[in-house]
Design a protein. Structure first.
Length: 245
């Protein structure tokens, strides 16, 4: 999750997502339903739903699927048996991973996640074993072309952002989660388009992987992404470009 490998390759990751569109649509629809069930069907005042809808738009989830997912969350009870579980552990080279899941079968999910770890040179750990290495942040990634760093920094900081960093050929704005909306509004009012805008887990430090460890790490990430119950995977690996792609 370094600035280079994480953000510079976002389009390549989206390409993989497109190849698994049906699975991704199912995962995002589930997240929308749970968010609507927990906080109502209006994204205003329901940050979780707002972010889920944003993820749906980024992944071209059909509007009909989105509307059905919201209606299901607001009016139905068949999602009540879903629970959120977070698994933590270590991958090749001592990389830290946090895996967020939505599941109706805790035993199945635990077995599947454990298998993805162990098959690819990793191991699950105790709750809290790596959580301290990550901080939840709002992240806005903007192509550097056509933007002045000083002006963008001033705009972001005045809107409540914590920092702006130059990462590869992008500007990356970091905010506290509670300031995400304000910064998003300021960027929108200034007609500044973002490549990525999300609330995510950002690691304090990264670990550069090469060779066999990088290959194993990518296989682990692919295996976790392929699990229906896995919603998001966060890690502090810095992967070579060819492994990310």
């Amino acid at each position: 999750m370094s600035g280079h490998s994480k953000w510079a390759n976002i389009k390549h990751k989206k390409g993989k997502t497109d190849a698994l569109k049906a699975k991704v649509t199912t995962k995002i629809s589930r997240e929308i339903t749970v968010a609507a069930r927990m906080g109502g069907g209006d994204p205003v005042g329901n940050m979780r739903l707002k972010l889920a809808l944003q993820k749906a738009r980024e992944n071209n989830v059909p509007k009909d699927n989105i509307q059905r997912a919201i209606a299901k969350g607001v009016g139905a009870t068949d999602m009540d048996n879903y629970e959120e579980i977070t698994y933590e552990g270590y991958g090749p080279g001592g990389v830290a991973l946090t895996v967020e899941c939505l599941t109706d079968n805790r035993n199945r999910t635990a077995a599947d996640v454990r298998h993805a770890f162990s098959k690819n040179g990793g191991n699950l750990g105790e709750t809290g074993c790596v959580a301290w290495m990550f901080n939840r942040k709002g992240v806005f990634v903007i192509d550097s072309e056509g933007h002045d760093e000083e002006e963008l920094t001033l705009l972001a900081l005045e809107a409540g952002a914590e920092d702006l960093k130059v990462e590869d050929d992008t500007f990356v704005i970091y905010t506290a989660p509670e300031d995400y909306d304000t910064v998003e509004t300021a960027l929108g009012d200034a007609n500044i388009e973002t490549v990525v805008s999300k609330i995510t887990m950002v690691p304090d430090n990264t670990i550069a992987l090469e060779g066999d460890n990088a290959v194993k790490m990518q296989k682990m990430l692919d295996a976790l992404d392929d699990l229906d119950d896995v919603q998001d995977v966060y890690h502090n690996a810095e992967l070579p470009d060819e492994d990310e792609e």
